[in-house]
Write a protein that binds this ligand. Structure first.
Ligand code: NI
Length: 226
């Protein structure tokens, strides 16, 4: 499932992030990928676990896990500190798959990448190209969102960032290990939860909504690892 999560950062936060990032030291993005990724990755990123990446990343992580839509869709167990990247002058990240197991640079704890998240920090008008393109059974999906908005997609999907042919595309991305490993089960729980929320908003709580909420939690009990 791909899901657009609006307003993870406020316009003021985006502005502050961009100012801090504009003054930062960027390195070659190939430092954080395996051999396949290194062949197709052409961008710049903040050094992993640099103080600035950790400081800004913490704001993003907190905003995401406190966002009801993200929480419901990703069911986060662990979140890796976010990365920050920049594409300009034709830079691109060709078709690739994200590595399945990551190591948290701070805690050294391993994390299984289930859900990938990109938080856009540049507005679409600021650059040409640079669409995040995610492949799934239904085809290729191109995503280019307002600054401050996020997209989540399964880490198991093949994806790319199209060449940025004008302007600069700044973004943050991160991996989440979900309490529910299976994408399909996670989708079913998300769908059920969203429909229960709609029923409650329309009709208030009733014996039926309490029963459905119980069903949701019993499925979560069955499938979740904590
Ligand atoms: Ni990727």
């Amino acid at each position: 499932m791909m899901l657009h999560i609006p307003h993870i950062l406020t316009p003021d936060q985006v502005k502050q992030f961009r100012q801090r990032l504009a003054a930062a030291e960027w390195i070659d993005g190939r430092q954080s990928v395996g051999s396949q990724g290194a062949q197709v990755k052409r961008n710049r990123q903040l050094p992993e676990a640099s103080p600035l990446a950790l400081e800004l990343g913490d704001i993003i992580t907190k905003a995401l896990v406190n966002n009801p839509l993200f929480y419901s869709a990703a069911l986060p167990l662990r979140v890796l500190p976010p990365y920050f990247n920049s594409y300009a002058g034709g830079e691109t990240y060709g078709l690739h798959i994200d590595g399945s197991i990551r190591v948290n640079p701070v805690t050294k704890q391993t994390l299984r990448a289930d859900v990938s998240t990109t938080v856009f920090l540049s507005d679409p008008e600021e650059y040409e190209g640079g669409e995040l393109t995610v492949m799934d059974a239904y085809g290729a999906h191109e995503v280019k969102l307002p600054a401050g908005d996020a997209i989540i997609y399964p880490s198991s999907s093949v994806h790319r960032v199209n060449p940025v042919t004008a302007g600069e595309r700044v973004a943050s991305f991160l991996w989440t290990q979900s309490m529910v490993r299976d994408d399909w089960q996670r989708n079913m729980l998300f769908d059920l939860d969203q429909n229960i929320q709609k029923l409650r908003a329309q009709h208030g709580d009733s014996e039926a909504t309490v029963g459905l909420a119980g069903h949701y939690h019993n499925l979560l009990r069955l499938w979740a690892e904590t």
